[in-house]
Ligand binder design. Sequence first.
Ligand code: NAP
Length: 250
Amino acid sequence: MGKLEGKVAVVTGASKGIGASIAEHLAAEGASVVVNYASSKSAADSVVKHIQEKGGKAVAVQADVAKSEDVKRLFSETKKAYGKVDVLINNAGAYEFVPLESITTEHFHKLFNLNVLGLLQSTQEAVKLMDGRGGSIVNISSIVGPMPVGTASVYSGSKAAVDAITVSLSQELGPRKIRVNSLNPGMVATEGLSNSGFSESEFRKVIEARTPLGRIAQPEDIAKAAVFFASDDSGWVTGQTLIVAGGDRQ
Ligand code: NAP
């Protein structure tokens, strides 16, 4: 029997990258999974198909989690499909590195509205569907939260905010048996990383050279840790930030 048999998990931003791998790993442990996406319907449908082909349960639900009305719809669709929520993986996130002089209001709101406000709004709605039974919330943060890097003050700030929110919510929601933890990946080989230009960059080589395990992560490296935080294996762990980066300490 899987570690998440009978559980319902919502994974935001699960059409690609880390979110897609987390959705597949949670489903492989028996969870019924809501695969959220913003615009990539066909990619989300293939994640669902892949899960179903392996005997798992999943549905795709479109919602831009930076928009409160969309978040409400995501969770009403979840309730319609599966009746409850046990696990929320707040994964949807935007990353853009820009130096101080290039920071704009638009850049700030793009990152904070999704990475921070979207995470809070998703958590608000998920908790309503967890009440009484408890649950697990896993925030996909970044190594740049605890260890910020140059030319990324807005992104680093958004992920440091995620880590502070993790601790704050773990205290607030603990009495309702809801655990809240952050996973803080280093560089991960995803579509988003390729689009940002980092996949083939000097920065990637620098990270690989200083990482004791000698490579950047694959999405499944993060997904395995997400299964740990989602399941009862971490039943006595809350309010923690776990750096998953092959030993990189920057
Ligand atoms: P990715 O490959 O760019 O995939 C992003 C996913 O999020 C896609 O499924 C995308 O769906 C979805 N998404 C984007 N905007 C959304 C929105 N407004 N509402 C709902 N879904 C949305 O990203 P990734 O590299 O896997 O990163 C996932 C998370 O890990 C992010 O929070 C990121 O900050 C964090 N992280 C990544 C790395 C890394 O090196 N890759 C390192 C540390 C932390 P659509 O395609 O439909 O838009």
